[in-house]
Design a protein around this ligand. Structure first.
Ligand code: ARG
Length: 460
């Protein structure tokens, strides 16, 4: 059966191409659970205003629940049906199973407020899932950071060695990014916490619907104060897509680090076999496809955001059918980010770090140059003078093939007379780290404090 919710005014059949073109059920079927929940609350609301009696309400509630169960169990497959959208399917299925009473359910509402309500209900759950996935990835990073707490790696700027850092310091940088991602997702959740029901098509309903009851029943913080905004706005979708695009950007950077760290050239990390794949031609290969795909998926996350921003641009108030186009990008981003986060958590948790390769990367490294210059600053040498002296020292080391840890105090003093014995400690990677004093630096004591703080926070 495929009966429209709006046939009455029409004397002619819809063009079959438009019928197919406008059908959204293949992807909005995912809103079934939300639509049924909204329908049940609405039936209760209609009873309160006297439009349904208690038996009618019970029949509707029971039948809607059963439809929900049948969809969950696969007995009823909305995606395979020919209905225009999920809202149509649910109402038609209700009519089929409960009879005449079904005709009463759509009183006081429109698909315009319903689709906004369903999307918010669905999104609320999906985003709670994303928040949990973000926390799981943070926890994996913290576990891995603790496992290799003492490993020192080159820290880069411009992909060139800059200052040495602890491997956990590097991982904890991503934990911080993911924490802000959680903040953005929570913000989006807080702002979408508004009930659109009662807005009807756009200007409200003349029925005395108890919207505060509906808000409580469906766990919304407040009722929309403007029916036109409630049905015509999609910034809750855009804000979600934007937060997810930023998550994707962060994941792609971490993915890139993993590809780079596990490359033949760098080689200080190894992805578990479970997260790599082989080549159809090169028998020796084991490629980091998991990380590459996560990196690659970022493109669609940006695309989805731009698609919805562009679709909404210039739309006059209120609802326009264009807005149906928000769904595929939204669902795609939610699935993509959920999968990418879980996959990344697995990759990180099973990652092996090659301590010897990490140590090798620090041979002939001049990453403690800034510490040497700052040593001179503590001796009251102006920073620019200290910088120039250490610059000349590095140049000399390169010409003479000398490495920092082998330098003597006499050699240092050739470049500046204010060097003291204590400066020699700075020449090793470990000494460079110990010398760091600022908050947020890679000093091992500070990193330990941060690790402990994250452990506590994430186990709350
Ligand atoms: N499937 C539509 C959507 O997702 C539901 C709203 C339809 N409203 C309408 N007036 N045609 O946006």
């Amino acid at each position: 059966m495929n009966s429209k919710l709006w046939g009455g005014r029409f004397g002619k059949a819809t063009d079959p191409l438009l019928e197919r073109f406008s059908r959204s059920i293949s992807y909005d079927a995912i809103l079934a659970g939300a639509d049924i929940r909204a329908g049940i609350a609405h039936a209760e609301g209609l009873e309160r205003l006297g439009h349904l009696n208690a038996q009618e309400r019970d029949l509707i509630v029971k039948t809607l629940s059963k439809i929900g169960e049948d969809i969950d169990s696969g007995k009823l497959d909305p995606g395979a049906s020919e209905h225009e959208d999920i809202h149509t399917l649910v109402l038609n299925e209700l009519a089929l199973r409960a009879g005449e009473v079904a005709k009463k359910l759509h009183a006081g509402r429109s698909r315009n407020d319903l689709v906004s309500l369903d999307t918010r209900l669905y999104l609320r759950e999906a985003l709670c899932g994303i928040l949990a996935e973000l926390a799981t990835l943070q926890a994996s990073l913290v576990v891995k950071a603790g496992e290799y707490e003492d490993v020192i790696i080159p820290g880069l700027t411009h992909t060139q060695h800059a200052q040495v850092v602890l491997f956990p310091h590097h991982l904890l940088a991503y934990v911080e990014m993911l924490e802000r991602d959680r903040g953005r997702v929570s913000d989006a959740l807080a702002r979408m916490d508004v009930l659109p029901a009662g807005s009807a098509a756009m200007g409200g309903s003349s029925l005395r619907l108890d919207q505060r009851f509906l808000a409580r029943r469906l766990e919304f913080r407040e009722v929309s104060r403007n029916s036109m905004d409630a049905v015509g706005d999609r910034d809750f979708v855009i804000e979600t897509l934007s937060a997810l695009a930023v998550v994707g950007m962060h994941l792609s950077r971490l993915a890139e680090e993993l590809v780079w760290w596990s490359s033949s050239e760098i080689g200080f990390a190894e992805l578990d076999e479970a997260y790599t794949t082989g080549s159809s031609f090169l028998p020796q290969k084991r490629n980091p496809d998991s990380a590459e795909l996560i990196r690659g998926k970022t493109g669609r996350l940006y695309g989805n955001l731009v698609a919805v921003l562009t679709m909404m641009k210039g739309l006059p108030l209120t609802y326009n059918r264009d807005m149906q186009e928000d769904k595929e990008p939204l669902f795609d981003s939610l699935f993509t980010v959920a999968d990418s986060l879980s996959l990344m958590a697995g990759i990180v948790l099973t990652l092996k770090v090659d301590r010897a390769a990490a140590a090798d990367a620090l041979v002939n490294d001049f990453s403690s140059s800034s510490d040497l210059a700052e040593f001179l600053v503590t001796q009251k040498v102006p920073f620019a003078e200290a910088h120039a002296a250490v610059g000349r020292l590095v140049r000399w080391c390169l010409e003479e093939e000398k490495s920092f840890p082998k330098l003597t105090l006499e050699e240092l003093r050739q470049f500046h007379p204010d060097f003291e014995k204590a400066a020699l400690k700075l020449l090793t990677p470990a000494g460079s780290l110990q010398a760091k004093k600022t908050l947020g630096s890679s000093n091992p004591r500070r990193v330990r404090t941060e690790l402990e703080r994250w452990c506590r926070r994430l186990s709350d």
